[in-house]
Design a protein around this ligand. Structure first.
Ligand SMILES: Cc1cc2nc3c(=O)[nH]c(=O)nc-3n(C[C@H](O)[C@H](O)[C@H](O)COP(=O)(O)OP(=O)(O)OC[C@H]3O[C@@H](n4cnc5c(N)ncnc54)[C@H](O)[C@@H]3O)c2cc1C
Length: 248
């Protein structure tokens, strides 16, 4: 048995703009053990004076290290204006930079293929879609036929994370429903506005089908949606939540 290092040293191999306010980071991690869909990790930054700051980020995709091949981790980070860590990750990180990672972390907010054949309902707000995308991608890669449905509340079409990947996953066992809070696509005009209890009820697997529900986003979004889900008859034990912080 090899002991896992407490902190992995990652090298940035790609950065790209994910949305107008977010970046996607692809990292090579020689000691990465792999992760379950939905897990997160901590990123630690160290300033030249030794000051350190760490924040949690969901793992959008990951592959374990193999002999001669480093592991790979994909993150998507939204800039919180005036934040300590996220503006650096979105604007300042360059290919070749090194970051420290701790993880993978999280045992409750995860999905594994074949674990349960109940339908799965994912509900994400903004960057909260990152671990839900990981679950949908794992579901697709495994060829799992458990019905999956993702309800994604997002400002505008340009703000959709993993837009091409999510569109490619849509099929008989994966349904994507988008709620636009500020602007609908020009070619598919539709209602614009925040998610309501009524639209949540209309666009999610009904409670009598006992879906496992995963809700992720800002703290305010998650608490509102989780309360509505219980009012709609979902059992508290069936609702898994991940709060990213922030109120809206
Ligand atoms: C398990 C977990 C997974 C996460 N995964 C992701 C992810 O995949 N992508 C991602 O972009 N973020 C993710 N986050 C949020 C992330 O950890 C940071 O909180 C976020 O990047 C802000 O850090 P910061 O240092 O820039 O801001 P800070 O300096 O920590 O905070 C600045 C101000 O912004 C507020 N704030 C903090 N977080 C948020 C937020 N998320 N929204 C709005 N206001 C906020 C604070 O209360 C404070 O007032 C995750 C959080 C958790 C707990």
């Amino acid at each position: 048995m090899r002991a896992r290092p407490a902190w992995h040293v990652a090298t940035v191999t790609e950065t790209r703009q994910e949305t107008p306010t977010a970046a996607r980071l692809v990292l090579d991690v020689p000691t990465w053990p792999g992760s379950v869909a939905g897990a997160h990790l901590d990123v630690r930054l160290t300033a030249p004076d030794g000051y350190q700051a760490s924040r949690s980020y969901s793992i959008a995709a990951s592959a374990p290290a193999a002999p001669g091949t480093p592991g790979r981790v994909v993150l998507a980070v939204d800039e919180v204006p005036d934040g300590e860590v996220s503006p650096f990750l979105v604007h300042d990180v360059r290919v070749g930079d090194q970051l420290e990672l701790h993880g993978p972390l999280g045992a409750f907010f995860v999905w594994r293929p074949g674990e349960d054949d109940r339908p799965v309902q994912l509900v994400g707000g903004g960057s909260g879609v990152v671990p839900l995308y990981a679950m949908a991608a794992a579901h697709g890669a495994a060829g799992d036929e458990t019905p999956f449905r993702l309800l994604y509340s997002v400002r505008t079409p340009a703000d959709v994370y993993f837009a091409d990947e999510l569109a490619a996953l849509a099929g008989p066992s994966f349904t994507l429903d988008l709620v636009w809070t500020r602007k609908a696509p020009d070619d598919r005009p539709g209602p614009v506005g925040r998610l309501t209890r009524e639209s949540l009820a209309a666009l999610t697997v009904p409670a009598d089908q006992r879906p496992r529900v995963f809700v992720c986003g800002s703290t305010g979004f998650v608490e509102t949606v989780a309360a509505w889900l219980q009012e709609l008859g979902h059992a508290a034990d069936d609702i898994h939540t991940e709060r990213f912080g922030g109120l809206t």
